[in-house]
Design a binder for this molecule. Structure first.
Ligand SMILES: [Zn+2]
Length: 294
């Protein structure tokens, strides 16, 4: 297990939660919890109140309008943690261990939750990051950059084959990955248009599914995959792409037996981790954006 964030590690998280209210305020500052709430009865702003040690969160939201008779709600209301059985401390630790790419088994032991709960939580995190990737721009490349595109066959069951299309930007190393049923020109052109900025120089192999790319606004060069270091053009090479598949396959192997059923989620997770070396901080930011929107 690698610790990518020297400041906020598991020990510091536990220390933070020794003061429940301070921890809640930290979560509000990070937008993991809402920093204002409206009354469910009168619609006015609620007041933040400390409740003492008996309440697990140490605080809640209360309405001071007389007619509402102290209508109150949990600090979790409207957040990812509403309705979760995990304590807020466990919830933040789960984010931390996920951020460090810790396995479900190991995380369950560290946080003292069942593996089922950890697996369910990690799945929720993947759903958040799928949204995040879609919102913050899956587009890679751009004018002046080169994106290598390739596709690979993934066998899900016998006789049930699908394709994985991917691209990697030579300059930024940003990637996109999409699972598709076919690798015909219509499918490949539309996937690439959805993920790569117009004007990018694309490098692909000679597969006929790529033959419409120049028509839709890309500079397109092909390489013969059998001779990928063309002596005539030293800039054309597919080494990035080959590495991408190797990394991805190793990554999926670590993730256990459910991976084929939820492949799109794991692809998103893989892309997210590549784009965000500090996955813990970045998943907090992504959850924060969702809390703000809700
Ligand atoms: Zn009220």
């Amino acid at each position: 297990m690698s610790h990518t964030n020297p400041i906020m590690n598991a020990m510091n998280i536990c220390k933070l939660f020794e003061d429940a209210e301070a921890a809640v305020r930290w979560m509000m500052a990070k937008k993991l919890l809402k920093s204002s709430q409206l009354c469910g009865k009168c619609g006015r702003e609620l007041h933040f109140r400390t409740t003492g040690i008996n309440n697990a969160e140490g605080c809640k939201w209360v309405c001071t309008t007389h007619a509402c008779k102290s209508w109150s709600c949990s600090v979790r209301r409207g957040s990812m943690f509403a309705g979760s059985k995990a304590s807020l401390k466990q919830a933040v630790l789960l984010l931390y261990y996920w951020g460090n790419n810790t396995t479900v088994k190991e995380t369950a032991e560290e946080v003292n939750l069942t593996r089922q709960m950890v697996a369910k939580y990690f799945k929720e995190i993947r759903l958040v990051l799928i949204n995040s990737i879609e919102q913050t721009g899956p587009m890679i490349g751009g004018i002046g950059t080169t994106v290598e595109i390739d596709e690979t066959k993934i066998t899900k069951r016998k006789h049930n084959k699908e394709w994985l299309v991917g691209g990697i930007c030579q300059e930024t190393k940003d990637v996109f990955l999409k699972q598709v049923e076919r690798r015909d020109a219509e499918t490949l052109t539309s996937v690439i248009q959805d993920n790569v900025l117009i004007g990018t120089r694309l490098v692909t192999d000679c597969w006929c599914g790529y033959n419409r790319l120049a028509q839709v606004g890309f500079a397109h060069d092909t390489v013969n995959s059998l001779n990928f270091l063309s002596p005539n053009n030293a800039l054309i090479q597919t080494q990035n792409e080959e590495n991408l598949w190797r990394w991805l396959k190793e990554y999926l192997k670590q993730k256990g037996t459910n991976r084929l059923r939820n492949l799109n989620e794991y692809l998103a997770e893989y892309v997210f981790r590549r784009m965000h070396p500090n996955a813990f901080e970045s998943i907090i930011e992504a959850i924060g954006r969702e809390t703000e929107d809700s």
